[in-house]
Design a protein around this ligand. Structure first.
Ligand code: GLY
Length: 333
């Protein structure tokens, strides 16, 4: 078992990575907790035993369950059960569950402790770490949320074997970005070590910029095109697949801007291809529509902000030349 820490002063918390991590739940619950509200989805084949009085609250399936209606349902169910601030929420699932239950925990009684038991690769290397919680509105994804750090995160790599191949690949798309954020030899690492290395990288970034005032934006590497592809919709792409295409695009764009050399672009393509992730745009994509969507990314502040590799590593960069953005898309055909 690999134990890491997200260092945030008196809100620091441990992240346990390894096969069977879920069985360590009891020892990682906050001291004095009397009861546990377990939140999960019916489709998640992972049981946890908090080792004390608990009740399981099952939320709806898929991204549709990640809404304010579910938050209200959870809070009302918890209130009827008598959950207090001295108790704890345990979210068992992927990003949909940890984001939704985490947000409900952030607002119920103005905040109750939450522990995440992350059951997907995407969740383990990204969603469960760092305290971003939230739900979708009909107007857009993750538009309502809060920063609410968990008390602990358990990344049980044993349960990843139960993931459908496409869901696993979804996580690999997020994992791939860490190969360019300072995790050396990522594709060569055994799974536990690879997950732990990504967690350590994310923990370091979050510890230095919890509320995304600056550096944390690098965790959105590959996401500007990724989000645009997701928003444009109708393409058969999972989030991680869209991010993978976005990573290659970001590399090509950085190359055209003279920030990186051709070998570094090849390195991006090698990592993405090595994870069997897509590197080309869906054939039906309208490049002009994508460029229009870039500026609507909610992380774009004062123009089109990309996260690009360069001599000082990956960093936010403003790109004003829309023709360049448009033409670079043609390199992904
Ligand atoms: N998923 C990006 C972040 O946590 O900041």
């Amino acid at each position: 078992m690999i134990e890491l820490e997200v260092s945030l002063g008196d809100r620091s918390y441990p992240v346990l990575v390894g096969a069977g991590a879920r069985h360590r739940l009891l020892e990682l619950l906050p001291v004095g907790v009397a009861r546990v509200a377990v939140v999960t989805q019916a489709s998640i084949p992972v049981d946890v035993d908090p080792g004390m009085e608990h009740r399981v609250f099952t939320m709806g399936e898929g991204e549709h369950g990640k809404d304010l209606g579910t938050v209200e349902d959870l809070c009302r169910d918890w209130a009827q059960w008598g959950l207090t601030r001295g108790d704890c929420v345990v979210a068992v699932g992927g990003g949909v569950v940890t984001d939704t239950a985490g947000f409900a925990a952030a607002v119920y009684h103005r905040g109750v402790p939450v522990v995440h038991v992350s059951t997907t690769l995407l969740g383990q290397v990204d969603a469960a770490i760092g305290g971003k919680t939230g739900v979708n509105l009909p107007e857009g994804k993750n538009l309502v949320g809060a920063f609410w750090q968990p008390s602990a995160v358990l990344c049980d790599t044993e349960v990843l074997a139960t993931l459908p191949p496409r869901e696993y690949r979804n996580g690999l798309g997020e994992m791939a970005k860490y190969a360019f954020l300072g995790v050396d030899h990522l594709p060569d690492l055994p799974l536990d070590e690879a997950v732990a290395a990504c967690v350590a990288c994310k923990a370091d970034v979050v510890a230095s910029d919890e509320r995304e005032g600056g550096r944390r934006a690098i965790l959105n590497y590959g996401h500007t095109l990724g989000h645009a592809l997701e928003t444009a919709g109708s393409y058969d792409l999972r989030h991680g697949e869209a991010v993978a295409i976005g990573l290659v695009y970001a590399a090509e764009l950085a190359h055209r801007l003279g920030r990186i050399d051709a070998a570094r672009v090849v390195e991006h393509r090698r990592v993405v291809a090595g994870y069997d992730l897509p590197m080309v745009l869906p054939p039906e994509v309208d490049p002009d529509a994508l460029v229009a969507l870039f500026s609507r990314d909610k992380k774009a502040v004062g123009g089109i902000t990309f996260v690009l590799d360069g001599p000082s590593g990956v960093e936010p960069v403003k790109v004003a030349d829309r023709t360049l953005l448009r033409d670079t898309l043609d390199l992904l055909r």
